[in-house]
Design a protein around this ligand. Structure first.
Ligand code: FEO
Length: 449
């Protein structure tokens, strides 16, 4: 069954109700089944949900997150079906992105006694979001292990920064073993049946969401898992997609798998990995690419891979790139630009952390040769280091220019393993190991941004 539009589960003339997910704990979110892209980067084939929750304790109600602004009315209708505004003691914001804080200003107006609870990294963002006049914004910040009591129930906080913004945290309802996880363990999948054992098969959406939202922050995911894995978990309640009440720990394990080391085990600890990608119109850049590889392979400790982008989709390459230590892109210059497959691959790299990887560019050109510096600029923009200046060859490479290409590959590989040779263009003869050993050791602090 496809996702039910919001108006279908709302009887005309009656407010949509809250959905109980545990005794005294309700889903008060919104369905958005017609959304087809989120944050401009994620496709959402059957929409998404904005999940918000209310927890009732013997000493008041906590609202955990809100919804996107255009869904505020249904959120308030659901909230009003299970609580009065005067009962709301705290509003916990696990994440301040507008898809979860759109209803916040109005909620603060309707529940003026409620205390805002945010992570220690969130105050500046909250102020930027609400633009309060001086002294008008009151909130408490919390960190890992801090608790807030609701009488017979406690909310405990886990600081989980960068999942997926710096401000993010998770909230754990101690007595009920429920984790309100924010974007973590979420996905863009809209299904009015709400619970993971009732909705359709959403495994693709879960992995896809991880790949685009969490993957760039794998190190932070692993830090968060250290906090989450020891918790008894009866239910995980994320801010998007199904509520995970049937075997919730499966999804925690899946995050552990997805945050693993990928293919790097193939390379062995003794090797650094250099991947050379290229496109070639008439074979000139292809010949340069082969020469770059040959030069790089002459440096011990470097494993070199060569790929023609004409023969591959970007997605598998992204996995390889994540595990690689260095990347070289070869592109001809066409109409003053690098060719589209190179840009497509470079633009798809926003989902991986490239900081500190080494990058390089080379290519054949007809009359202007802009492709190489443009690729270098893009790599620097991705926080890669570009220690070896790009190599350009006019039209068809000569024997000497192919020797230069080999030298370019050798210098790139030497930079990768931590030694450098002089920057003078090579003569085509491989330098001896003795000469390489005498070369200056690169101080990486001097290199690139
Ligand atoms: Fe669902 Fe990062 O907001």
């Amino acid at each position: 069954m496809s996702a039910a539009p919001e108006h279908i589960d709302a009887t005309p003339g009656h407010a949509p109700g809250a959905v109980a997910i545990a005794p005294g704990v309700h889903w008060i979110g919104a369905l958005d089944p017609t959304l087809r892209s989120f944050d401009m980067i994620l496709r959402t084939a059957n929409g998404t949900t904005y999940n918000a929750y209310a927890v009732r304790g013997s000493d008041g109600v906590a609202v955990i997150d809100t919804v996107k602004a255009e869904f505020a009315e249904v959120f308030f209708q659901r909230l009003e079906s299970i609580a009065d505004y005067a009962e709301i003691r705290v509003i916990v914001l696990n994440h301040l992105e507008p898809d979860h804080t759109g209803a916040l200003p109005e909620l603060m107006r309707r529940a003026p006694r409620a205390r805002l609870i945010i992570s220690k990294r969130a105050p500046a963002m909250l102020k930027a979001l609400l633009k309060p006049d001086q002294d008008q914004l009151d909130y408490d910040t919390v960190g890992t292990g801090d608790e807030i009591g609701l009488g017979d129930r406690r909310l405990r906080f886990l600081h989980t920064p960068f999942l997926h913004w710096p401000d993010t945290q998770c909230t754990y309802l101690v007595e009920d073993e429920i984790l309100f996880s924010g974007d973590v363990f979420g996905c863009h999948y809209c299904d009015a049946r709400l619970f993971n054992d009732r909705v359709g098969d959403f495994r693709f959406s879960f992995d896809y969401y991880y790949a685009h939202i969490m993957r760039p922050f794998k190190a932070h995911v692993l830090d968060a898992l250290k906090l989450i894995e020891p918790l008894p978990l009866r239910l995980v309640a994320p801010t998007h997609g199904p509520i995970l009440h049937e075997r919730p720990r499966r999804y925690v394990s899946r995050y552990r798998e997805l945050s693993g080391a990928g293919q790097s085990f193939e390379l062995g600890a003794a090797h650094r990995s250099l991947i050379v990608f290229y496109m070639s119109a008439y074979g000139s850049t292809a010949r340069m690419a082969e020469a770059v590889c040959a030069g790089a392979e002459s440096v011990p400790g470097v494993r070199v891979s060569l790929y023609d982008l004409e023969g591959g989709e970007s997605e598998p390459f992204v996995d390889l790139i994540e595990a690689a230590d260095a990347l070289a892109f070869g592109s001809p210059t066409v109409n003053g630009d690098a060719v589209k497959p190179v840009w497509d691959l470079l633009s798809s790299l926003a989902v991986v952390n490239l900081k500190g990887k080494i990058g390089a560019a080379f290519g054949s050109y007809g009359w202007s040769g802009e492709a190489v510096p443009m690729i270098e600029d893009r790599m620097r923009g991705l926080k890669m280091r570009v220690p070896v200046s790009g190599l350009r060859v006019k039209l068809i490479p000569t024997t000497d220019e192919l020797a230069e290409s080999r030298d370019f590959g050798r210098r790139l590989a030497a930079a990768l393993v931590g030694t450098a040779v002089d920057a003078a263009r090579g003569t085509g003869s491989a330098r001896s190991a003795t000469a390489d050993a005498a070369a200056r050791v690169i101080d990486f602090a001097e290199l690139g941004p």
